[in-house]
Write a protein that binds this ligand. Sequence first.
Ligand code: MG
Length: 405
Amino acid sequence: MTKVNKKNITDTHSSYNGHLVSYACNDTESIGRRFSETHPTYRNECQRDRDRIIHCAAFRRLEYKTQVFVNHEGDLFRTRLTHSLEVAQIARSISRELGLHEDLTEAIALAHDLGHTPFGHAGQTALNSCMKAFGGFEHNIQSLRVVDKLEQKYADFDGLNLSFETREGILKHCAIANAKKLGDVGQRFVNKTQASLEAQLTDYSDEIAYNNHDIDDGIRYGLISIDDLLKIQLFSEQYDTVNKQYPGLDDKKLVHEIIRRMINVMVVDLIDTSRENIANANLKSIDDVRNQKQRLMAFSGNMNKKKLELKQFLRKELYQHYRVHRMTKKAADVIDALFNAFIEDLKILPTEAAEHCQQLKDKHGDIGIARGIADYIAGMTDRYAIVEFERIFNPRQLSFVNLHP
Ligand code: MG
């Protein structure tokens, strides 16, 4: 483990009231924060991180950002906010069962999608291609950028000044070239070491959450059907169980009963397999976790096979469904048009965004301008991006009143 600046947490008192195993992330032994702070009263350091995340503007904007379906398509679909809450719920259950730091997993889960663009993965792909000549755009790195730099409301520092352990968990994956620029938190990708078990399990909780809620949303939207899903083992096994116990159940209850069991079997498999890996690794400390050659949190081989089958099904039948594709294409066009309009004429940027671009230009030249525009676009909600597009491109809005936000 690379030595990082440990100037940070002065008091070693922890108010974590669960049982922590010796190889958990113990907040009293945190690698620390980037800027020194005194210990909070009646909270541990991870609770403070979680609370800062919940109170930040980027977290509130998750409510109006697409998970798979754009935000205005229906009130019942998952948004990035409800997705993040589901991830936190799953992650906390796993963390508690394994004696890991539940507050830390919750903080990581709630922050893990803060850097997502409007319009889900379509938005990210479009922004990444706009940023190709300027270092690219990656939502994971952007999430870290949000908590390290872009949230600006504290008197003593930019960002939220989160602890290393939360930041480590937010940066789930990273190309080595980018990792080298990220300092302490990118080091593990260069050294090929591992993140904490809390970070690892939150990453899997993300996967468990979206695989299952995408089935639910996909059925509700009429893009996939129960009959289609019966070809998928993970689904059909739980269908058989539910059908035996409750024959003739209506579809709404049937789907819910199946999905809650699917989440459960995945969580149980992850806990059982990981517990076995942890026992075999004979861990004594968090350093032992980080020095492993591979992740100790893992699904069984059998579950990985079933999961792959489900993911392939969802990719083909749901994410590439023509109706989803029409929406994502349009969304990508909005991002592309906004980026190009701003880069061609910085004068149309709102004052705060223009100042942000200017500051980055002073430091990094033209690359800085592009990064500032990407920050502005990535921070937009779906509806804000659509309104901004209308303001700029719709000639019917050719009045100062309409052009003014
Ligand atoms: Mg996610």
